[in-house]
Write a protein that binds this ligand. Structure first.
Ligand code: PRX
Length: 687
């Protein structure tokens, strides 16, 4: 394997090559209080669960994980994680109150678990493979180098006063520096708040303010698909409205000459001047590790908060067992670190297992639709984990972009974010994986912390069915609820609201700053059950298939968006009286965005002008991916007599299914439905 072990300058990228380093020696980290790690090393090479070798099958072990959660999770927490202090109690959970605590009184450090312990044992093994935007310019970072970088970053943060419990907003391109920033927060006990570097200044500012972050870490520019993204410029605009921000660290990704203001600190210079050793903080299991904003049914994104030990254990276990990860394999999750998939399967899951993990900076179609497969051939990746939307797009480009590259290194393939339709599943299995690789359709959410339902390829001989996530992971007990009655649906061949009955260590602990919203959103609808917001179907033999969201949340190209967020922006257009946004099935993106906009009386602005203005507003206030695909200036909205918008009707119109409108007699003005259908026909005929 082609292998480069790089020193700090190349890890940092272009701008850093000018820097001088104080100390590049291989160093080990001493621990606070002189305590050594308790490391009950486990050999997973012969059996996936050596801790429980009396169980003959995964099914038996699954039942055990439900029946004896204390023993199951307690054993794994001790064998798979390194602790400064053992925990006393495995769990203390009451879902009715949204009270979730795992591994009480235990103390550990997540960065030590992800970096130090591997750097100590295998300093030269690869931790990160930075697949930069230009093909063929990849860089490798060993565990030793990652440790040094994380230590320097930790020293930089602490030297500027960042301390335990502080929130740090990270708005960075996919890079070793971004991973080091996350891990440095973990190391010193700060709470990171990564914001996808595609969100607008206003969306970024909202997340900074909600988290009351004093520190922002960004870059001069990002590079993606051959295009420059002006990250620093976006941050400059955002922080103008964030009085809480005291400092902005700027990493030089491209070396562009960006203006540096009063708050700005040159991160590259700071890193070079700090020592590459650092004493990790001793943190409690239930201290916050990070928060990550995600969309809900209201206009205000929720800061989903995860804690240290439970999240890390769950991310690590699922990464290893869902993908049957074996030592020395190269794990390729192409998600951005700005999403939960990037947190759990680019950073924390792989690194806690000492794996080599891919940091993919580019896009699936840059410089052409062969990019993923060329990357697989060049880097010899063993696992590829991606989004169905990318697969559907690539499928359209034809097989020759795939078959010209050698994919024989691939062993397991995975996808997440939306339902993987059958055609895409078959293409993934037959063409990409040459019928050799298991397909892991993984269902989970920002809130679940890690994969919750998925076929289980590490169970030898387990059947995998196309286009369904199938089996709950260990400790996860899904239930389907009847939405009207609120009763549990038993047996097979039933469809209902997907809930989870028992707590598991990786589940979210709260919505940052709003625990009541956490309880109301997740634990009230079905008293004491975790409600996912998704619907699901259970087959006769007990396997799960996801049927889609049951609330006003859309999955657009794998990005989760609240319709209310988009409506809030549309309603701010001077000419808008009211609006309703719904999703419609979209061949590539999964769901498209359809906006019904009712204008005020006597508006004379040309419709095209208003459409452009609305799209620009959504882009500016949320992001490009939130722009509506269709905007209809509607004669009115279908409402009940009490004034509630009947979104079901709008969804049917948007999906071209007027014949399935059902009973509209309860509407205040049933005539509006025909007018909407008529207008929809005009729009779709034109396009
Ligand atoms: O609707 C489900 C869908 O994505 C939602 C979670 O979105 P987010 O929190 O952004 O996390 C995405 C990555 C974990 C879910 O509520 N979803 C996720 N995976 C699948 C899925 N829908 C169908 N099949 C899946 N495999």
């Amino acid at each position: 394997m082609k292998r480069l072990i790089l020193s700090l300058p190349s890890v940092l990228g272009r701008g850093a090559s000018k820097l001088k380093l104080r100390n590049n020696a291989n160093t080990t980290t001493s621990l606070q209080g002189g305590r050594e790690f308790s490391d009950e090393a486990v050999d997973h090479s012969t059996t996936p669960f050596p801790e429980f070798d009396s169980f003959k099958t995964h099914d038996e072990l699954y039942q055990f994980s439900l029946n004896s959660p204390e023993f199951f999770w307690g054993t794994l927490a001790r064998s798979r994680l390194k602790w400064f202090r053992d925990f006393g109690q495995v769990k203390d959970c009451d879902l009715i109150r949204g009270h979730i605590r795992w591994f009480l009184d235990g103390q550990l450090n997540v960065a030590v678990n992800c970096v130090d312990r591997h750097a100590e044992k295998n300093p030269d093994s690869i931790a990160l493979i930075w697949e930069k935007d230009e093909p063929g310019t990849q860089e490798y970072v060993s565990y030793r180098e990652l440790l040094q970088l994380v230590c320097r970053m930790s020293n930089v943060l602490e030297s500027h006063g960042v301390k335990r419990g502080d929130r740090v907003a990270i708005y960075l391109p996919q890079s070793p520096v971004a991973v080091a920033a996350m891990l440095a927060c973990a190391r010193i006990g700060a709470i990171h708040n990564v914001v996808f570097a595609g969100f607008s200044a206003e969306a970024l500012a909202g997340r900074i303010i909600d988290a009351q972050a004093e520190t922002v870490i960004t870059a001069d520019q990002g590079v993606r698909g051959g295009k420059i993204i002006e990250l620093k410029h976006v941050v400059d605009e955002a922080v103008q409205t964030c009085p809480c921000v005291k400092r902005v660290f700027v990493y030089q990704r491209t070396g562009a000459d960006v203006p540096m203001g009063k708050l700005d600190i040159n991160l590259d210079k700071e890193l070079a001047s700090q020592p590459d050793t650092h004493t990790p903080a001793v943190l409690d299991s239930e201290d916050y590790l990070f928060m990550l904003y995600t969309s809900g049914s209201t206009g205000k994104p929720k800061g989903i908060a995860h804690t240290q030990a439970g999240y890390l254990l769950y991310a690590g276990l699922t990464m290893k067992h869902v993908f049957d990860y074996q030592d020395k394999e190269l794990f390729g999750c192409v998600a951005d670190i700005g999403w939960i998939t990037g947190h759990s399967y680019v950073v924390y899951g792989p690194l806690s297992n000492g794996a080599a993990t891919l940091l993919f900076e580019s896009t699936p179609v840059y410089p052409n639709p062969g990019r993923y497969w060329e990357t697989v051939e060049r880097l010899k990746l063993n696992h590829l984990y991606l989004a169905p939307t990318a697969l559907r797009m690539l499928l359209k480009s034809g097989n020759s972009w795939v078959t010209r590259y050698d994919r024989s290194s691939l062993r397991k393939l995975g996808c997440v974010g939306e339902p993987l339709n059958r055609e895409a599943w078959e293409w993934f299995y037959e063409v990409i994986g040459e019928k050799r690789c298991d397909i892991c359709d993984t269902w989970w959410q920002t809130e679940t912390g890690g994969i919750a339902i998925t076929p289980r390829p590490s169970a030898p001989g387990a059947e995998i069915r196309p286009a369904m996530p199938m089996r709950p992971f260990f400790g996860i007990e899904p239930v389907l609820m009847e939405p009207q009655m609120g009763t549990e649906l038993k047996g097979g061949n039933v469809k209902g609201a997907l809930c989870i009955k028992r707590p598991w260590p990786g589940m979210a602990r709260t919505i940052y700053g709003d625990h009541q919203r956490f309880i109301d959103t997740y634990y009230k609808t079905y008293h004491g059950l975790y409600f996912t917001g998704d619907g699901a179907y259970r087959t006769q033999d007990g396997y799960y298939q996801i049927t889609g969201r049951m609330d006003d949340v859309l999955n657009v190209s794998g990005h989760r968006l609240g319709t209310a967020e988009i409506e809030d922006v549309i309603d701010d257009l001077e000419e808008t009286a009211e609006s309703a946004v719904v999703g419609f099935p979209h061949e590539i993106k999964g769901w498209g965005i359809y906006a019904f906009v009712v204008l005020k009386d006597e508006v004379n602005t040309p419709e095209n002008e208003m459409k452009e203005q609305l799209k620009a507003m959504v882009k500016q206030r949320i992001s490009g991916f939130a722009q509506p695909d269709v905007i209809m200036f509607a004669p009115g909205l279908p409402k009940t007599r009490s004034g509630k918008i009947m979104r079901r009707i709008l969804r049917k119109i948007a999906a071209n299914q007027p014949e399935e409108l059902g009973d509209v007699s309860t509407l205040f003005d049933p005539g509006v439905v025909d007018a909407l259908a008529e207008k929809h026909n005009q729009i779709t005929k034109k396009s």
